[in-house]
Each structure stands twice: as structure tokens, then as C-alpha cells.
Design a protein around this ligand. Structure first.
Ligand code: PMP
Length: 359
């Protein structure tokens, strides 16, 4: 069977090898006579999967022992609320750098919890860039929140702000595991799994242990990070199938050569598409400014709406899936996460060249 040319923004393409491995074990996991979904989350078989997923994350991302790795549900969107509920204490302000719709949504949830402060924003520039200069933090900053990759606009932080005494919190939903990272530069990282890590249904949180002392005992149990840290994310039933698939993706990533190889591959893939844009004599117009370009989501426009519609129509006919830009910005977007094969990116670049020639 030919795999689809799947450029969806998330849920997104998963490595074929991972799906094949899951299929092999579908009915009878590890000679248990049961599918993974049928295992008790208190069973030895499931516990092993759970532990392996945590260990692989620790290994691949070089996460020090001073950080907890947690598995939650509710997507990154629940983290928009949990971050301020746990970290935004009385008299302090949640500081936010606005680089897109997801950052705005995170801010909106924090506003419901306590005081907030906008440290920087590129909203007036239609979120075409990352505002790396002029970011100011409030004197009473509880934390500084950023979105490392802006899935909708196709921008990505290239150099992270220094966390000088203020905990740095990052929504890495669309680029965790796609490039090398110094975890110690962050205090809390969260990511919904459905782009680079696995299927939807599990959210990974990496939190500096010291930060856990901020959470009030009055928080609802399931909204307190300590519940997950104390019970190894097994206080209640975790999303066992999603965590199993996450484990398989992490094994695949390790086998590929880890983050050094993955980062290089992602740079190569992004270059193929940005070259197609830059060599088009203005036919394709990238949304993001060059120095802020994302290696995960390549966003671009065409000379006018009619040509853009025709591009998307033709692309669909030729089997390219998910190239429509997000409904809030329009245009086109090619999401090229870790699992996207280089050949599929070459095929898209070739299609872009061909379309340009005939239009
Ligand atoms: N943050 C970013 C950067 C995202 O790309 C998304 C989803 N596309 C979200 C947050 C929201 O994630 P979820 O749907 O898992 O709540």
C-alpha cells in the first residue's frame, strides 16, 4: 500500500515502522493473549511500557534527574490552564510572549487564574516573526511563557530567552523531539503528542522538581502536577494505547540516531521547501520572516486567492493531503514533522515547481 502524502498539522503522519510494529502486536501483545488496550494499567506488561516510555524520553532529550516526566490528558490546551493554576501564586504575574494564536489562548486561560503581563508580542506584524528583542518581564513575574514553534504561522524560536531567575515555561507541542534542546534552560515544557511524539491522547510535561512545591493543596487532584509526579502518572488510568505508541515512536527516534540525526533531517526537509519558495521569483510568498522560519510548518501564499485555490485543488488531486493553511490565516501550510519522509517533501517541491510553470 502506498502511504499518503500526509502534510497534516496534527494529528500528523506517524512513522510507518511504528504502525507496522503496532499492527504486529495488535491482537496479542507480547504473548499476553491481549491487545495493549486490554491490559490492566496495573499489570507488569503495561508498567514496562510506561517505564520504557519515560526512560526513552529521558535518554533522547537528556532530561536530568532534577526533572519529572509526566503523562497527562487534556492536550496542550489543558496545560494553558494547569500552568497558571499551579505556578501563578498570589501577588505574582504570569508573563507571556505572544507569537500566535496558541500563545494568545494560553494567556487567556492565565487571565482567568490571576495577574498576567505581556512581555512581547508580534501580533501587529501578523505573527510573521519571533519578537526576540524588547521582551520585558514584570518585576513580579511568576514565570515567562513562550510557544517554541507556532504551528499556524510557521515561525519558531531559534534562540530561547535566558531564564534569569524567572522560570521559563514552553509550549513545545509542535517541535518537541524535532531538534536538540538543553532542558536545563527550561523549567516546564509541555507538548501534546500528536505532531512529533505519537497519537493524540497523551500530553507530555517535563517539570523541574523544585517547581512542584508551588502547587496549592487546594487544587483539584487531577489539576495538580504533584498528583502525577507522586504516582508516576498512574494515579488514575493513563491513556495506555497512546503511551504505547509514544514508546514505539521514541524507539524509532532512537534507532534513527537520536536528536542529532533528527535535527539534521528536519533541516534538510525544511530547506527543500524554503528553496522552492525562495527560488520562485515571488510566486510563492513565505508567511514567516526568514530568521523566524519554522522547520516544522512551512507556511506560504500564492499571488492571489484564485491561484491559491487552484493550487490546493490540484495538489489534492495529486494526492497531497493537509496543505490548506489554518482557517485563521488561510494560504498554504506544509507540516513536515519527524515522521515525514524526505521523499514526500521532494515530491511536494517538485509539484510546486510544476504548478508554477503552468500558472
Ligand atoms: N499549542 C500548539 C503550539 C499547538 O500547535 C496546538 C495544537 N495544534 C495546541 C497548543 C493545542 O493542542 P491540543 O489540541 O493538544 O490541546
Amino acid at each position: 500500500m502506498n502511504r499518503a502524502l500526509n502534510f497534516n498539522a496534527g494529528p500528523a503522519a506517524l512513522p510507518e515502522a511504528v504502525l507496522a510494529e503496532a499492527e504486529k502486536n495488535w491482537l496479542n501483545f507480547n504473548h499476553s493473549g491481549m491487545a495493549v488496550m486490554e491490559l490492566s494499567h496495573r499489570s507488569k506488561e503495561y508498567e514496562t511500557i510506561h517505564e520504557q516510555a519515560i526512560l526513552l524520553l529521558r535518554d533522547l532529550l537528556s532530561i536530568p534527574d532534577s526533572y519529572e516526566i509526566l503523562f497527562l490528558q487534556g492536550g496542550a490546551s489543558l496545560q494553558f490552564s494547569m500552568v497558571p493554576m499551579n505556578l501563578l501564586t498570589e501577588g505574582k504575574a504570569g508573563n507571556y510572549i505572544l507569537t500566535g494564536v496558541w500563545a494568545e489562548k494560553a494567556l487567556k486561560e492565565a487571565e482567568k487564574v490571576g495577574e498576567t503581563f505581556i512581555s512581547a508580542s508580534s501580533k501587529t506584524q501578523q505573527y510573521k516573526s519571533i519578537p526576540t528583542v524588547n521582551a520585558k518581564t514584570s518585576e513580579n513575574a511568576a514565570y515567562l511563557h513562550i510557544t517554541s514553534n507556532n504551528t499556524i504561522y510557521g515561525t519558531q524560536w531559534q534562540h530561547f530567552p535566558a531564564n534569569e531567575g524567572i522560570p521559563l515555561v514552553a509550549d513545545m507541542s509542535s517541535d518537541l523531539l524535532s531538534r536538540k534542546l538543553t532542558i536545563e534552560n527550561f523549567d516546564l515544557i509541555y507538548a501534546g503528542a500528536q505532531k512529533n511524539l505519537g497519537p493524540s491522547g497523551v500530553t507530555v510535561v517535563i517539570i523541574q522538581k523544585e517547581l512542584l512545591s508551588r502547587s496549592s493543596n487546594h487544587l483539584p487532584t487531577m489539576l495538580n502536577y504533584n498528583t502525577y509526579a507522586t504516582h508516576n502518572s498512574l494515579y488514575n488510568t493513563p491513556p495506555t494505547l497512546a503511551i504505547y505508541l509514544l514508546k514505539l515512536v521514541l524507539e524509532w527516534a532512537k534507532e534513527l540516531g537520536g536528536l542529532t540525526v533528527i535535527e539534521k533531517r528536519n533541516e534538510e526537509k525544511a530547506k527543500i521547501l524554503y528553496d522552492a519558495i525562495d527560488c520562485s521569483e515571488g510566486f510563492y510568498l513565505g508567511h514567516a520572516e526568514k530568521e523566524s522560519r519554522s522547520k516544522m510548518n512551512v507556511t506560504f501564499n500564492l499571488p492571489d486567492e484564485e491561484i491559491a485555490r487552484s493550487f490546493l485543488h490540484q495538489a489534492k488531486k495529486e494526492g497531497f493531503i493537509g496543505l490548506n493553511g489554518h482557517r485563521s490565516v488561510g494560504g498554504c501550510r506544509a507540516s513536515i514533522y519527524n515522521a515525514m519522509p524526505v521523499e514526500h517533501v521532494f515530491q511536494l517541491a517538485a509539484f510546486m515547481k510544476k504548478f508554477r510553470r503552468y500558472n
